[in-house]
Write a new protein. Sequence first.
Length: 124
Amino acid sequence: MSILTTTEVQMETTTCVTCGIIYAMPATLMKYHREHGDTHYCPNGHPQVFCKPEVPELQAKLREANQQVESLHYQLNGALDNLAESKKELRKTKHRANAGLCPHCRRHFVNVERHIHTKHPDKL
């Protein structure tokens, strides 16, 4: 008694870059070689190398770069907020000093105010 079995295998053809022979291999094996950048050999023994696809690597680098940009943008916004607060505080302190107020005890000194207005009007 004999058993008859049939198997269907999808084959994919390719050409050897060295000798030009056309040969076939199972499509799943060809897909594996393409995805992993593996080496296989033509029937005449010439090595065939598929370069590893760069798209996933480039996508990962792009994601990383976007995260860095977002982080730097957040830091920049924080620095700009700090700068605005510092400018506001400096302007307030300058105005008080020009008005003759002591920055520590906030007492008013007429002679300091008069001196600034007469000798340094460009600094107001």
